[in-house]
Write a protein that binds this ligand. Sequence first.
Ligand SMILES: C[S@@+](CC[C@H](N)C(=O)[O-])C[C@H]1O[C@@H](n2cnc3c(N)ncnc32)[C@H](O)[C@@H]1O
Length: 327
Amino acid sequence: MPGAAVRAGVVDAALPIPALAEALNGPVSARPRDPGPSLWPDDAVPPVVGDPDADDWTQLLDRVRLLAGLDMGGYKPDTLWRRVQRRLQTLHLPHLRAYLAYGDRHPQEWHVLQHLFLVSYSVFFRDRAVFQVVWAALRERVRALPASAPIRLWVPGCARGEEAYTFAIMLVELLGEAEAAARVSIWGTDLNAEALAQARSGRYRRSALREVEAPLVERHFDAFDGEFQVRPALQACCRFEQRNVFDPVEPAAFDMVSCRNVLIYLKPEWQARLLLQLHRALRPDGLLLVAPVESVETDGVRLFTALDRDHRLYRRRERGHSPTPME
Ligand SMILES: C[S@@+](CC[C@H](N)C(=O)[O-])C[C@H]1O[C@@H](n2cnc3c(N)ncnc32)[C@H](O)[C@@H]1O
């Protein structure tokens, strides 16, 4: 964990214990003028308030796009700015222009910032009541398919894999291990390479399983040293790939797409673009799940019909929707 935190760039200082104690207790006057990695906790530094300068903001987005490969132009600027403000505070920098100069001296910073934007938090069966509804819908979908027909799911923004494995648990429960291995393919995609590495390893802390009922934990995980490893039957159903959710995907390929807590970060026009992408990816009558805080209706365009609006479960709409300008 400490190593992972340092690599993620969220650590202010990595020091031997005596030096760490000294750094935490050190006099305020001893703080360096030129920031470099900061030695002091965030709350010792006043936050940077107000809106960013528009030109500096554009320069920041350009640097992250060119040097770290993430186009953040489609994300809600308020969320991004809050993360940058926090980073300025950590680095003891007075404003965005100073941060740009800092990043130019330490280009790795743009990767750190990209990482801070991609919040890869998740847990198994996140919003448990939602998954009871989804489980029933999946059962119906599986029954409606010809015996032995493949069952394909896509989980864009899968983070560390918990959501993809949640679907694997439900499908192994519905079909049994052998049939699931033969028929089920769950494709988890995300931009965050570290999160995907954990997804592939299939190893989790107990806290990630807090919404999972005990009998399911018993059947689908092995406990090791206080951590939990998903069983091979789940891993056989899932594969993980680093991809941008906007990269083209095979049309009409999936029985279900679960894209949760990704739309929420996007500007409305990019939400519309993403919904179109998800619609294209689904087979006729395919199912779409988004998070309880998210909506699939943008500018009166209805690409999906609600199966259970409260739990944000939808079915692909085949006809009668008005096209968006991006269509
Ligand atoms: C908050 S997590 C959601 C995890 C999981 N879907 C859930 O709801 O529990 C959001 C994930 O979306 C990923 N993400 C954000 N923008 C993305 C993009 N353009 N393409 C692919 N993944 C993206 C982030 O890396 C992060 O892992």
